[in-house]
Ligand binder design. Structure first.
Ligand SMILES: C[S@@+](CC[C@H](N)C(=O)[O-])C[C@H]1O[C@@H](n2cnc3c(N)ncnc32)[C@H](O)[C@@H]1O
Length: 259
């Protein structure tokens, strides 16, 4: 049941989402005007409500909607790539993940959802203004409890922890492979997200020269299908390119194992 303080969206008949945090008072909702919040308290997600003669569905957002609705700054990692990253990093409740380059916190949202309620994501971000934006985006959700945000350079930072996974979305991830290695468990999973092929090459070369195995790179292509009676075909609006994703697993070198 929906309660005061819950973040919801009101879906209109055109498919537009109008966001609101529930309170037992009149709430100003962008694109709708004023909504009586007490009408939402106690409703089940998916219920129908009526506002100013408009029919709306009140829905509790999940990770896909939260990622789509964030306040954007630098280029974000979208749903299709985040889903692949979460699955390939084998993230689960209780895992510790270190993220380099938080940006707007889009990927962070997916990482936090995968490791909660017992896991943790530590995000390292170079720039204060992006950290502040990511903080706003995460703190409007209930994902913040499992999150730590550090201002710093992931290429040099040492956290004194051994993470299950390290994921980097920075321009030069190969420069962060050494610090990532130090912060990962043996068998831990590494991921780097980059928009250009030359960045893939530099990252893979560095991983091959370091203690990583099962290194592979991929591009994730997805097409939406438009469904009309008698006319079902791929959408014309194909997102041409997002990014390439490099994955690898950390091994323990003999010298390290004996030390
Ligand atoms: C493309 S954005 C990340 C977007 C993020 N993955 C998302 O889904 O919203 C890249 C971010 O990396 C940060 N960054 C670049 N180099 C960094 C470094 N060496 N250490 C930490 N953060 C870094 C930038 O300031 C920027 O916020």
């Amino acid at each position: 049941m929906l309660r005061e303080g819950d973040l919801v969206y009101l879906l209109d008949e055109k498919g537009l989402r109008h966001w609101a945090t529930i309170k037992k008072a009149m709430i100003r909702v962008e694109g709708l005007g004023v909504v009586d919040g007490s009408k939402l308290v106690g409703k089940e997600s998916g219920s129908i409500i009526s506002v100013a003669n408009k029919t709306l569905w009140v829905l509790r957002p999940g990770t896909p909607e939260l990622m789509e609705s964030i306040e954007r700054g630098p280029q974000v990692i979208g749903r299709k790539d985040a889903a692949t990253i979460v699955q390939r990093l084998d993230l689960k409740c209780g895992d510790l993940v270190i993220e380099g380059g938080v940006g707007s916190g889009s990927l962070t949202t997916a990482l936090l959802n995968a490791v909660r309620p017992e896991g943790k994501v530590i995000s390292v971000e170079l720039r204060e203004e992006f950290a502040a934006k990511a903080k706003r985006n995460i703190m409007r959700t209930d994902l913040g409890k499992n999150w730590e945000l550090r201002i710093g350079d992931v290429r040099t930072i040492q956290l004194g922890l051994k993470a299950d996974a390290v994921v980097l979305d920075i321009p030069d991830p190969w420069e962060a492979v050494d610090s990532a290695t130090m912060m990962m468990k043996g068998g831990g999973r590494f991921c780097a997200y980059v928009p250009n092929m030359n960045q893939v090459e530099s990252t893979v070369m560095k991983l091959r020269a370091s203690s990583f195995v099962e290194i592979d790179a991929l591009e994730n292509i997805q097409r939406a299908i438009e469904v009309h009676p008698g006319g079902v075909r791929p959408s014309f609006d194909v997102l041409g390119h997002t990014g390439y994703i490099v994955f690898a697993r950390r091994t323990i070198r003999e010298r390290e194992a004996n030390s």
